[in-house]
Design a binder for this molecule. Structure first.
Ligand code: NAP
Length: 535
């Protein structure tokens, strides 16, 4: 490429977990790379989502990068499920250790990317009116970066502070003596609610749909455990490579019918007391695919809510009716249900009394005005495709990604979009998802190899064949057949009531499991990428 300061081999959008690792790999190829980041520092998800109580529900030691044993050995996670400040500290440590920041431009948001069909170059424009040019574009946008505020009239009239969980202030928020209202009861809300309920004067939770949740069972990592974790470096990541979603957990090979009711109950009680996602991903193999099996597990989870919440009416309200246990991404909690036993916490059922507007003093429902000093929007994200819809990605011949994807994204392995050459996506729609850094490393390694293959063969252009995209689309659809989650609306299926046109579930991940996904993509690499056109 030319010596021009604004010309690069590769531009990466995003300096989160994915963008940083991608930069590491590009440097190994000695490419001229630029990372563009909207925040003023690294961290992505862990930079933006600083709300009280934000933390992992992957085991910390299975979440960190696996590409450097030295890094793994140097870093001590304080808890089995680390809090957001620790994760952000970790990512800053990584950025320092590998001197990543010198290739990152912070504080600018990419607004448009145009692919020049004639010269096979991407031009990237930011909100600072800058233009950068590169042969290749890599999107490390994160599936959950396009946060959404609720479409409620009068939102801007509220006089007090109002924060979305994904845009939490950097300064500490003082809750003492405050009347706080929170909208939403997803994973972010659950962590926020259970954390602030003890600090606020009063908390009102506005719930439209309850979610199933199970205990995180977090604990501090003792010195002995720390030593063991360091010794288990290979073992931990080997285990993650073997499992369906790259967590340490994998489904129990037994079905619900293999156990007597008493045995099932004992098994579920045991899982309920164990840390992490065992109760979701390490559960009996049929609970996420068989309605009857799911019903049994759902009844168990409902019973646990009744046991933990004193008021049976509140327990009923907190029990989901529109989806079975685990058919949405399961939030893990620490004392969430007990919060509703506190005198200073009120649960408002928005199905009974919907919000009619936000006023300067608070939130008005169909039957009363609730006055607040502070409002929290834990209203989620336009998942997976949302971050792509918010950048004007097009070709010089007028093809626009947002229009192309308005019904259903057309990708190859969730890494390349049909019709958009030289663009590589990290965790785009139709990749395998689970323990995110593990998925990221897999995809980044594979795409970097494809990039190397392209460049070392003197090609300036790579794009997926439409026939390959057709085949992948079929595989993606097939892998989701029979899964109870497929028809359930959530960010994972691209449903968001605050985004016009996003009211029906779509398949937005490859749900055949990480092992199968790896087999497919490795075969393509071994066959010299027959699924792609090179020029
Ligand atoms: P979410 O699960 O999509 O929850 C959004 C909540 O806001 C839902 O309860 C939704 O209700 C409600 N809502 C949205 N618009 C509303 C409106 N206009 N009026 C009333 N209620 C409204 O989003 P999230 O909590 O931000 O979590 C997203 C994902 O982030 C999680 O599933 C998880 O993958 C990830 N996450 C991970 C961690 C972790 O690793 N530990 C922690 C937090 C989050 P409806 O359901 O009725 O739409």
């Amino acid at each position: 490429m030319s010596e021009n300061n604004s010309q690069y081999d590769v531009i990466v959008i995003g300096a989160g977990v994915a963008g940083l690792y991608q930069l590491f790999k590009l440097r190994q190829l000695k490419l001229k790379a630029l990372v563009i980041e909207a925040g003023d520092n690294v961290g992505g998800t862990w930079y933006w989502n600083r709300y009280p109580g934000a933390r992992f529900d992957s085991e910390s030691w299975s979440y960190g990068y696996s590409f450097s044993k030295e890094l793994f050995e140097e870093w001590d996670w304080p808890e089995h499920f680390a809090a957001q400040p620790d994760t952000l500290r970790y990512l800053n440590y990584v950025a320092d250790k590998f001197d990543f920041r010198r290739d990152i431009k912070f504080d600018r948001r990419v607004e448009a990317c145009v692919f020049d069909q004639q010269n096979n170059l991407w031009t990237v424009r930011t909100n600072m009116k800058e233009e950068y040019v590169a042969r290749f574009l890599i999107t490390a946008l994160g599936p959950l970066s396009a946060f959404t505020l609720p479409n409620i009239e009068g939102r801007e009239t509220f006089k007090g502070p109002a924060y979305h969980t994904a845009r939490w202030p950097h300064e500490e928020v003082d809750f003492s003596g405050k009347r706080v209202g929170i909208i939403g009861t997803g994973a972010c809300a659950i962590q926020t609610i259970q954390t602030i309920a003890k600090d606020v004067a009063h908390l009102t939770v506005f719930q439209r749909s309850p979610n199933w949740a199970a205990p995180l069972n977090n604990s501090v990592i003792t010195e002995d455990e720390q030593k063991q974790i360091k010794q288990d470096f290979e073992k931990i990541f080997e285990q993650c490579r073997k499992t369906i979603a790259c967590f340490i957990h994998d489904p129990d090979p037994r079905s619900t019918t293999d156990l007597t009711p008493d045995e099932r109950e004992a098994f579920w009680e045991k899982l309920y007391k164990e840390p992490g996602f065992g109760i979701w991903i390490g559960n009996l193999k049929d609970i996420l695919v068989d309605e009857q099996a799911n019903k049994l597990m759902t009844e168990f989870a409902a019973k646990k809510i009744r046991e933990r919440v004193n008021d049976p009416e509140i327990a009923k309200l907190l029990t989901p009716k529109n989806h079975g246990f685990g058919t949405r991404r399961l939030p893990l909690e620490s004392g969430y249900y007990e919060v509703y036993n506190q005198e200073n916490v009120l649960l408002v059922d928005l199905n009974e009394t919907p919000i009619t507007r936000i006023t300067e003093n608070g939130i008005k429902t169909s039957n009363q005005l609730y006055e607040f000093d502070l409002i929290i929007y834990a209203t989620g994200f336009d998942g997976v495709t949302g971050p792509y819809d918010r950048i004007d990605i097009r070709t010089s011949t007028g093809r626009c990604l947002k229009d192309d994807w308005s019904d259903f994204p057309r990708t190859l392995f969730g890494m390349q979009a049909e019709g958009f050459p030289n663009m590589f996506m990290i965790l785009g729609p139709h990749t395998s998802r689970g323990n995110i850094p593990r998925n990221i490393e897999e995809v980044v390694d594979w795409q970097t190899n494809l990039l190397e293959y392209t460049m070392s063969n003197g090609f300036t252009r790579v794009e997926p064949k439409s026939t390959s995209v057709d085949k992948w689309e079929l595989q993606v659809q097939k892998a989701s057949e029979g899964l109870l989650m497929s028809g359930v609306g959530s960010w994972q299926t691209g449903v968001n009531s605050n985004v016009p046109g996003r009211d029906k579930p779509r398949v937005l991940a490859y749900n055949g499991g990480a092992v199968k996904y790896r087999t497919v993509i490795q075969k393509v690499e071994a066959n010299n990428y027959e699924e792609f056109f090179f020029a």
